[in-house]
Design a protein around this ligand. Sequence first.
Ligand SMILES: NC(=O)C1=CN([C@@H]2O[C@H](COP(=O)(O)OP(=O)(O)OC[C@H]3O[C@@H](n4cnc5c(N)ncnc54)[C@H](O)[C@@H]3O)[C@@H](O)[C@H]2O)C=CC1
Ligand SMILES: O=C(O)[C@H]1O[C@H](OP(=O)(O)OP(=O)(O)OC[C@H]2O[C@@H](n3ccc(=O)[nH]c3=O)[C@H](O)[C@@H]2O)[C@H](O)[C@@H](O)[C@@H]1O
Length: 512
Amino acid sequence: MATAASPLSTTTLGAANGTSLASPGIHPPVRSICCIGAGYVGGPTCSIIAARCPHIDVTIVDINPARIAAWNSDPDPLTGDLTGLPVFEPGLSDIVKECRGRNLFFSTDVDEAIRKADLVFVSVNTPTKKSGVGAGYAADLHYVESSTRRIAQVATSSKIIVEKSTVPCRTASSMRVILESNSRPGIHFDILSNPEFLAEGTAMRDLQAPDRVLIGSLDTESGQCAADRLSEVYENWVPAERIYMTGLWSSELSKLAANALLAQRISSINSLAAICESTGASIHEVAHACGLDRRIGPQFLQASVGFGGSCFQKDILNLVYLSESLGLTPVANYWKQVIEMNEWSKNRFAHKVVQTLFNTITGKKVAVLGFSFKDNTGDTRESPAITVCRFFRRELARVSIYDPKVPEAQIHADLVDREHDATGVVAPQGTNNVTVCSSALEACKDAEAVVVLSPWREFRCENLDWGHIYENMSKPAFVFDGRAMLDAEKLKKIGFKVHAVGTGPEKTDAWL
Ligand SMILES: NC(=O)C1=CN([C@@H]2O[C@H](COP(=O)(O)OP(=O)(O)OC[C@H]3O[C@@H](n4cnc5c(N)ncnc54)[C@H](O)[C@@H]3O)[C@@H](O)[C@H]2O)C=CC1
Ligand SMILES: O=C(O)[C@H]1O[C@H](OP(=O)(O)OP(=O)(O)OC[C@H]2O[C@@H](n3ccc(=O)[nH]c3=O)[C@H](O)[C@@H]2O)[C@H](O)[C@@H](O)[C@@H]1O
């Protein structure tokens, strides 16, 4: 196991003050867990823990009462499904239904849940800073800090504190200082890093059978005891050989590194997709040919309009900031390029639509299928659809959007124009020329072009009546496949003119 230089993240404070405290360094087996943050990570992760560990009480808390109310919402009276949960994830509703009220609880009583817990996950948001030092790059850690302060203030017994949020390298040492300066005397905390690697849309599968569980701790007796206790929780369903123990800082950095490496593959394949489009090579064939090499492997080589999601960009920016702070400018520039390529890919795709529609989409109806950042999620954070639809709006197109899971209000919120008044206040200016539809057929009716932006299965040629769509569109009818997922030959036979990311002129130029 890697060792950190000093016991920065173990804290035992003063003499006991009369409260019942465990001996410093000795943590009892975990019987009660508190998870601070009932979001995309906290909710699914701790629901699985509750399901796989019926002997452990799990309470997920949040300062957002609406979110907690949604986690506690009643089942649909007709289907019995928990359709009101704030996170859509295939399989999540069944797990919550099984455990809620048994050993899984959702609450706004943060203090009580912290007090009861042997182990506290900190699973709050860590967005990119919007202002101040490091704005646009560094992680905004104020949610992590306020959670840590809360733990320090209310804890009456020793605890294991687990960083579940994705954080910059060495955040655990800041948490230690906060805990040390604010908690009651005699209380002992160990801080662990246990980053989450789930992907949205497959979260339940990823959590039930993870490639690995990473636990970072200090190489001290109490740090290792804490890591063993957390490992025991996972060992209820994860094979021990998949649990990898490291030092704290390696664990924190590995999370940023894993996301950076995954995003780098997508930017790499998208850069090659652009070459394919100009040469006649096919990105499907190139990706397959490269992926057959076991050293490269086939995953994460799906060309696309660009990657989205709440984490890839944020975590790479974080890595860029860390590199700059360490004076490693060439390293910072290297990783920055992954994001720049992604921005370029999204813009290249949007430009291609306008160019192909005879250099103007002013007043034209453009149908957008898919608004979430990927399939099987209703999450739109950093979705490429936001960039592309905003581009279409600036070109004065009429944009009609259908997504199976994203609520209408969310689409408007993501596309709303904002104007700064004289005092700098940002005011929403509406989303005229954006229509949100309840089916793909409705969105495509009378459109000049259909633009596929997230890879929902229901858009595939075998699942959607593309013949019907064609009949009801203006002619020539164009399809722009931003996910390289449709059967272009089939669509061309119907009569569509097709542009797919990464497909070259030999395959599509018949109609140009
Ligand atoms: N979304 C994803 O797929 C993944 C996210 N992560 C990381 O996990 C962390 C959480 O991400 P998400 O769950 O997506 O965020 P989220 O925004 O969905 O949820 C965070 C929740 O924390 C709550 N919160 C903030 N401060 C709080 C406080 N002081 N007390 C109680 N609740 C508080 C917020 O109200 C919010 O509901 C981030 O660091 C993210 O980078 C890691 C892996 C996957
Ligand atoms: O830290 C996180 O938040 C998570 O980020 C990603 O998960 P996620 O963003 O949920 O989804 P991905 O499947 O990674 O997809 C991200 C984006 O890349 C796109 N993508 C993915 C794969 C691919 O080959 N091509 C491609 O364009 C997706 O459509 C999506 O827009 C990582 O895959 C998770 O391991 C990580 O835990």
